[in-house]
Design a protein around this ligand. Structure first.
Ligand code: PMP
Length: 389
């Protein structure tokens, strides 16, 4: 039977860059002690009080169909949080709850792009982006950034691709580079969106992980609330990756469309998960800082380790749970280096190429193992690069 072009073409063909990750998983399954620095998942689990709250709400009966747009309580809590953080007036009518940020990314493009529309995104990018845009029928178009700019996008490069495009997807703090877009970059992006009538889809799932500078949500820039859809999630900020709870914040009319989409696709998010998410958000910023703290600590450790050698470059990063390491001095591709490191030292990192051509010759390190093991793995990685250089 013939399968659809849509599904067959989703990943665009070729290697999807996850070979090293899958190899590491196979080695782990065979009992090899692999230091896993590949995916963006905390080394802690969801906090017990959040799980307790989930359990109590499930036992209390919130196990039937939940309201498709999300519960009033969670939508109100997300709206209040967004308003407090950005100053933009936001009510529950601006909020749609989704099964994680990933579903929000897909829904945002479904709501803004027609089949064949060009949807822009910034390279390096979170690995699912091009496939998500294709899944929504759009034609993904990468805008390259440069290691020498620490992967801060150049507004002129975005402007050059903007004519005729429908949307632009940005992600700050960024996975995989850790770059936090400057106020000037975001102001320039807003100008391009106005000048070329683009939707801006702003993936802010790392907004609580800022180590330097500040997080500016572009929805807060003049005139942008009408053309911006913000993607948020409980995954990174509250260590709730498995709960699959996220949201889109945007204009009321779009939220209405997203509710129609959800009615015909996901039919919402389980009520007890939403209750626990509401409870988690009510714990306030101190709890979010506690969840983010290990990454900030490990980033400082990495700065010390990397400063003591000259082979591996640390791309200056201001946020998120990752580091990008420049291994071009070895003459190897990121993929070859990652494979070599896994085979030799049983340390798994992601090849930069998995995140787009702009990150060639780099590897991404997730700061997701405990401090001593993390520091040890980084020292081994640097020594290994030294040997290969
Ligand atoms: N956006 C970015 C940039 C991510 O890194 C991730 C997950 N790694 C997501 C969105 C999706 O996260 P989730 O679906 O768990 O909310």
């Amino acid at each position: 039977m013939q399968r659809s072009q849509r599904i067959m073409g989703l990943t665009g063909g070729g290697s999807d860059g996850w070979d090293v990750f899958l190899k590491a998983r196979r080695m782990l399954a065979q009992g090899v002690a692999v230091t896993e620095l590949t995916i963006g998942e905390h080394d802690i689990r969801t906090a017990a009080p959040i799980l307790q709250n989930m359990h109590e709400n499930a036992l209390a009966g919130h196990t039937g169909y939940a309201a498709v747009p999300g519960t009033d309580g969670l939508r109100d809590t997300v709206a209040a949080r967004v308003q407090a953080r950005t100053g933009v007036p936001t009510t529950r009518d601006n909020v749609m709850i989704t099964p994680g940020g990933q579903a929000a990314l897909f829904a945002a493009h479904m709501a803004t792009c027609d089949a064949g529309d060009r949807a822009l995104y910034i390279d390096p990018y979170y690995a699912t982006y091009p496939g998500t845009l294709r899944g929504a029928g759009a034609i993904p178009q990468a805008i390259h950034t440069h290691a020498e700019d620490a992967f801060q996008p150049r507004v002129d490069d975005i402007r050059a691709q903007a004519p005729g495009a429908r949307s632009l997807l940005v992600n700050t703090p960024n996975n995989p580079t850790g770059v936090v877009y400057s106020d000037a970059t975001l102001a320039g992006i807003a100008d391009v969106c106005h000048d070329h009538d683009l939707w801006l889809i702003s993936d802010e799932v790392y907004d609580t992980q800022i180590w330097e500078g500040r997080h500016l949500s572009p929805r807060a820039l003049p005139g942008m609330a009408d053309r911006t859809l913000v993607v948020g999630s409980m995954s990174k900020s509250h260590a709730m990756t498995g709960s699959r709870c996220g949201w889109i914040v945007g204009p009321e009319a779009v939220v209405g469309d997203l509710i129609t989409l959800a009615t015909h696709t996901t039919y919402g998010v389980p009520g007890f998960i939403q209750d626990a998410s509401e409870f988690a958000l009510q714990q306030g910023p101190a709890f979010e800082t506690e969840i983010a703290a290990p990454f900030q600590r490990r980033r400082a450790l990495a700065q010390t380790v990397l400063a003591a050698q000259n082979t591996v470059g640390l791309v200056p990063a201001q946020g998120a749970m990752y580091l990008m390491l420049d291994i071009r001095a070895t003459g190897m591709t990121g993929e070859a280096f990652a494979n070599d490191l896994l085979d030799t030292h049983h340390i798994a990192v992601m090849p930069g190429e998995s995140f787009g051509a702009s990150a060639a010759g780099h590897v991404r390190v997730a700061m997701t193992v405990e401090d001593n093991a993390f520091e040890h793995a980084l020292r081994q990685l640097c020594a290994h690069a030294d040997l290969r250089a």
